[in-house]
Design a protein around this ligand. Structure first.
Ligand SMILES: [Zn+2]
Length: 345
């Protein structure tokens, strides 16, 4: 089968289409999927650059997100039959540790991600546990189905389980072109919050408004903190959603009201920040980390997708052979919405 893979080591220049054996089912709960599309996340850039501490065997198939048709099922699989259209929850949990037994799969002590800790979705065939699959809504095209899971699930857990966003609250979302940020805008609007989004580009600000942001601030020309304070009666935002990291950290704190919650799922500009503990306790802030989501949360977003809600915006669709170009576009931050790799027409 054809797959987009890092051929012999990390490094985006080593991305190439390779020929690999079709994977076989190795457990009765598994499903083999004939993939139609895969989608990229920032995670894929980190994988391509080489993640310290993650052992990788090469060639390493990339891509955490994807969708396709069920091709074969193990003896214990009851929910799917060949031909079903499915999308993938990329979070792989052991099902056995204390966190898994408590339904907190994204805290699993052996948690792994498709495309990071094991081969990914940008291949003609992928084998996964049936528990990681969900039916694609009938009207949802393959690119949207491929792009749905990781960003939507991440943003859903951030805003619901972690930050507990309430109707009428103000939510600041940085960097509106990214998949998680756009999903957070869509989810916040669905929850009845007032979304203030930022971006440095007019196209991305327009996408933020289309996703449900009521205010969109150009962070390349505006002081975001002053803008948020002006829009919140001088108080600051109830919730700040940040996956940018070092570059936005000081402004994220200053844009937050007393008692506010800052929720973080990534650090694309760097992981090292400082915090004056006196400000933390005096302002009674909550700083919340969040990673992926649980099976229950995934079922919640899938249900909403079947109601026609939370569908992702797709930036562009490229063929497998142009996958490396999609990585380059993502690295340059040019995308508005998700970059999708068509695996099979
Ligand atoms: Zn576990």
């Amino acid at each position: 089968m054809r797959a987009l893979a890092l051929t012999a080591a990390a490094g985006p220049e080593r991305l190439a289409v390779v020929e690999l054996p079709v994977p076989a089912l190795t457990a009765p709960d598994q499903v083999r999927i004939r993939m139609r599309a895969a989608a990229l996340n920032h995670l894929d850039l980190f994988v391509a650059a080489g993640l310290p501490g993650v052992e990788t065997t090469y060639p390493h198939v990339v891509g955490a997100d994807g969708a396709g048709e069920v091709d074969a099922v193990g003896d214990a699989v009851r929910d799917f039959v060949p031909g079903d259209r499915v999308m993938i929850n990329p979070g792989l949990s052991c099902g056995d540790c204390g966190y898994c037994r408590a339904g907190e799969e994204s805290c699993c002590t052996r948690f792994a991600l498709l495309g990071e800790h094991r081969g990914g979705a940008a291949a003609e065939y992928v084998v996964l546990p049936a528990a990681n699959l969900a039916r694609v809504p009938g009207a949802m095209p393959w690119p949207q189905a491929a792009a749905f899971s990781l960003a939507t699930l991440t943003a859903w857990r951030m805003l619901t389980t972690r930050a507990r966003v309430q109707p009428g609250e103000s939510v600041l979302v940085w960097g509106a072109g990214g998949g998680v940020a756009l999903a957070a805008i869509r989810i916040g609007a669905l929850l009845g919050a007032r979304i203030i989004a930022t971006s440095g580009s007019a196209a991305k600000l327009a996408a933020a408004r289309a996703a449900g942001a009521v205010e969109a601030l150009d962070h390349s020309t505006h002081d975001v903190v002053a803008g948020v304070r002006a829009l919140t009666g001088g108080l600051g935002a109830d919730v700040v959603v940040d996956s940018v990291g070092e570059r936005t950290w000081p402004a994220s704190l200053r844009a937050m009201r007393r008692g506010g919650r800052l929720v973080i799922c990534g650090a694309t500009t760097g992981p090292n920040v400082s915090l004056d503990l006196r400000r933390l306790f005096w302002h009674q802030w909550s700083i919340l980390g969040s990673t992926m989501g649980t099976r229950r949360e995934y079922a919640e977003i899938v249900r909403l997708a079947h109601e026609g809600k939370l569908w992702p915006a797709v930036d562009r669709v490229v063929p497998l052979a142009a996958g490396a170009e999609a990585f380059a576009r993502l690295a340059r931050g040019e995308q508005t919405g998700k970059l999708v790799i068509e695996v099979a027409a």
